[in-house]
Design a protein around this ligand. Structure first.
Ligand code: 6PG
Length: 242
């Protein structure tokens, strides 16, 4: 299912260029098809510059907001108005500032029950959106999946040595115990669901990520290195991180 193509690495001069290139890639994916577009966002600090850019010109006028659906690759199991919520952050930075139809934002709902119940309901939502219960490599779930890199090599909420890394059936799982701060339960897409995309774009900024990025690029068995894409796999990194 997964593509074995070597990842493409793009190094940007600074954070401004980093956010601009990320926005251009997102725009290219959003405009390459004429129908519905599915974009899976990521949390953390690395995408913040991108999200801010999307809320302003020229991107605000160029994104086909009426055709794009926004999902989240992982979220903390907290209400959206909690400062730790990834979807809450994306809403504050751009989704609430652009002409996004309310039904096009697909948050993980942390309202009731436990993370695993929220994971099952998010999986059902993804399957209803996709229109099938099995992923077909010829028809990716997403047009673009954004990914982050944690200090321990985690991506989404897939932490080193977590059983969720080996999941082959479920599209979304609950994570009772986070491997890194903030230590709140999480809900995360699994590798097969994240990999069902035309493009997977890792966003890594900051000098504090230099050591873990070197470990990833050396091929160490870390969650971020387990991620595969049906389509392109691109690492966008800042020069300060290399
Ligand atoms: C989360 C994130 C997580 C994040 C990485 C990188 O909810 O914690 O989705 O996977 O992407 O930890 O975070 P930074 O961009 O802040 O370094």
């Amino acid at each position: 299912m997964a593509s074995n193509r070597a990842p493409q690495v793009i190094v940007t001069a600074d954070t401004e260029e980093f956010a601009r290139l990320a926005a251009e890639r997102l725009l290219a994916r959003a405009t390459q098809v004429t129908g519905r577009v599915a974009i899976c966002l990521t949390g953390g600090a690395s995408p913040e510059g991108l999200y801010r850019l999307l809320a302003g010109e020229p991107y605000r006028s160029r994104v086909p907001w009426d055709r794009v659906h926004w999902f989240m690759g992982d979220d903390r199991f907290v209400p959206e108005d909690n400062a730790l919520s990834n979807m809450g952050m994306a809403r504050r930075l751009f989704l609430d500032r652009a002409a996004v139809p309310a039904s096009h934002v697909h948050p993980v709902t942390a309202g009731a029950g436990r993370p695993d119940a929220a994971a099952r309901s998010y999986e059902a939502e993804l399957k209803a959106f996709y229109g099938r219960h099995r992923l077909d490599p010829a028809r990716p779930l997403f047009d673009l999946v954004l990914m982050g890199l944690g200090d321990d090599g985690h991506t989404a909420s897939l932490f080193p040595k977590a059983p969720a890394l080996d999941e082959t059936q479920r599209w979304v799982v609950g994570v009772a115990q986070a491997g890194l701060a903030p230590f709140v339960p999480r809900v995360t897409l699994t590798l097969p669901a994240l990999g069902s995309t035309r493009e997977m774009l890792f966003l890594v900024t900051g000098a504090d990520k230099r050591a873990i990025l070197a470990r990833v690029f050396s091929g160490e068995d870390l969650p971020a290195n387990r991620a595969r894409s049906n389509g392109e796999l691109v690492w966008l990194v800042e020069r300060a991180t290399t």
